[in-house]
Design a binder for this molecule. Structure first.
Ligand code: THU
Length: 128
């Protein structure tokens, strides 16, 4: 878990967040042990901004991993930064059993089960 937080912290250093100045890093552990990292990437059009979590996720999926067992999200906030609603949806589809670790630069952490963050999530099984 510490390794994943360290990887997310490093990725946060690459955040492209000139508009919000809110820098986020994420790291995902794939079932085979590979770690994928992401940072938030903002657009001048604002709405096209993509969160760190989704960057890490699509990097992993594009490299052939579709199951993840742990997630770390790092920001420099006293109140730990949780994944936004859009990220929770996508994480639910690819990491339903994951532990999500939130951390800040002061070393504070909190752990949640993905199903706690998105109860009754919509997924492939919901399509019938
Ligand atoms: N952001 C993330 O990257 N992940 C989160 O969990 C929350 C929000 C980004 C999006 C945007 O670039 C900035 O933080 C402010 O919302």
């Amino acid at each position: 878990m510490n390794d994943l937080v360290a990887a997310a912290t490093e990725a946060r250093g690459r955040a492209f967040a000139p508009y919000s100045k809110f820098r986020v890093g994420a790291a995902l552990l794939a079932e085979d042990g590979t770690v994928f990292t992401g940072c938030n990437v903002e657009s001048a059009s604002y709405g096209l901004t993509i969160c760190a979590e989704r960057v890490a996720l699509v990097k992993g999926i594009s490299e052939g991993r579709t199951r993840f067992t742990a997630v770390a999200v790092v920001a420099d906030t006293e109140r730990l930064t949780p994944p936004c609603g859009a990220c929770r949806q996508l994480l639910w589809e690819f990491a339903p059993d994951a532990t999500v670790t939130l951390a800040n630069l002061a070393g504070q952490t909190a752990h949640y089960a993905m199903r706690e963050l998105l109860p009754h999530g919509f997924d492939a099984g919901s399509l019938g």
